[in-house]
Design a protein. Structure first.
Length: 154
């Protein structure tokens, strides 16, 4: 009898929470140039979401590539992010671009495109890949394909 009661309480608890909806991806925004050093260029951005569920979860962003002026140069790094319940939230994204990818000696280096961007005072940066959401053993992915122009200030 007690096992049946425990099962019923657990069953009601699980199904009373709304988990049937995935968090809604809104946009990638707030792209900023953090620092430029001799070996790396550091950028930051935020991915904005809204969670309509009564339970949280976790989001990972390891599958997002960074494309600068149509050439892939880096991947986004971020810690696994804990999703808050019933709220809008933002996941901080960090990008470290090795300068040898930009100033490489091969013909695939984007030095020419970067110099053109400096003269135009903006760089086209694209985030492309997937963000993974996990909750209670279930997972879903969000395709990301956002392009922004980063204004260069001298």
């Amino acid at each position: 009898m007690k096992k049946g009661l425990y099962f019923l309480v657990l069953f009601l608890f699980i199904f009373s929470c709304s988990v049937n909806k995935s968090p809604v991806f809104i946009k990638v925004d707030n792209l900023k140039l953090i620092s430029v050093a001799s070996d790396t260029i550091r950028l930051s951005a935020n991915a904005f979401f809204e969670n309509p569920n009564d339970v949280g979860g976790k989001i990972s962003t390891d599958e997002i590539k960074v494309i600068v002026n149509d050439t892939e140069v880096a991947q986004v790094s971020s810690d696994e992010f804990k999703v808050p319940v019933r709220s809008e939230f933002q996941v901080p994204l960090k990008v470290v671009i090795p300068t040898h990818k930009i100033f490489g000696k091969n013909k695939n280096g984007i030095l020419g495109g970067l110099l053109k961007s400096v003269f135009n005072k903006s760089i086209k940066i694209q985030f492309k890949g997937e963000i993974k959401y996990k909750v209670l053993g279930f997972s879903s992915t969000y395709p990301i394909d956002q392009t922004q122009d980063l204004k260069i200030k001298f």
